[in-house]
Design a protein. Structure first.
Length: 138
């Protein structure tokens, strides 16, 4: 399935921070590394601006991303994997991430990384659902 604009968004049953906390737990228990957690709303407050809760988690594992970069090195611009928890104007919380198949298309990835792309797609669906995703966005 190709996501609209390359993004997949799942509604979370939890607040933004708790969704990211849960995602950290899931990915670390799956053997992945968390590289960074960025609180965009806190950054906005630093400059006196308002932003609904929005947090980005950057995570991954060389086993997943390396085959993509071996196939097309520029795929590294989209790695490691990122997931964004954010609250919309109606107060719903979403967890969004790049569709691995969209990344493959974007970078012209071929047979050499086909298995890695499929594994990333399946893994993302699993970790995002475990972190609190309950339904796909329209």
């Amino acid at each position: 399935m190709m996501a609209k604009s390359g993004l997949i968004s799942l509604e979370s049953r939890f607040g933004v921070s708790e969704t990211i906390d849960r995602l950290v737990d899931v990915v670390t228990h799956a053997g992945m590394r968390v590289f960074a957690r960025i609180d965009h709303a806190a950054g906005a407050r630093e400059i006196g601006a308002a932003l609904r809760p929005t947090e980005l988690l950057i995570f991954g594992h060389p086993k997943g991303g390396t085959p993509l970069m071996q196939d097309q090195q520029l795929a590294g611009i989209d790695l490691p994997i990122k997931a964004l928890a954010w609250e919309d104007a109606q107060g719903k919380v979403w967890l969004s991430y790049n569709d691995a198949h969209w990344l493959a298309e974007r970078h012209g990835l071929g047979d050499a990384s086909r298995d890695a792309v499929a594994a990333i797609a399946a893994g993302m669906q699993k970790v995002v659902s475990a972190a609190g995703g309950v339904s796909a966005s329209p």
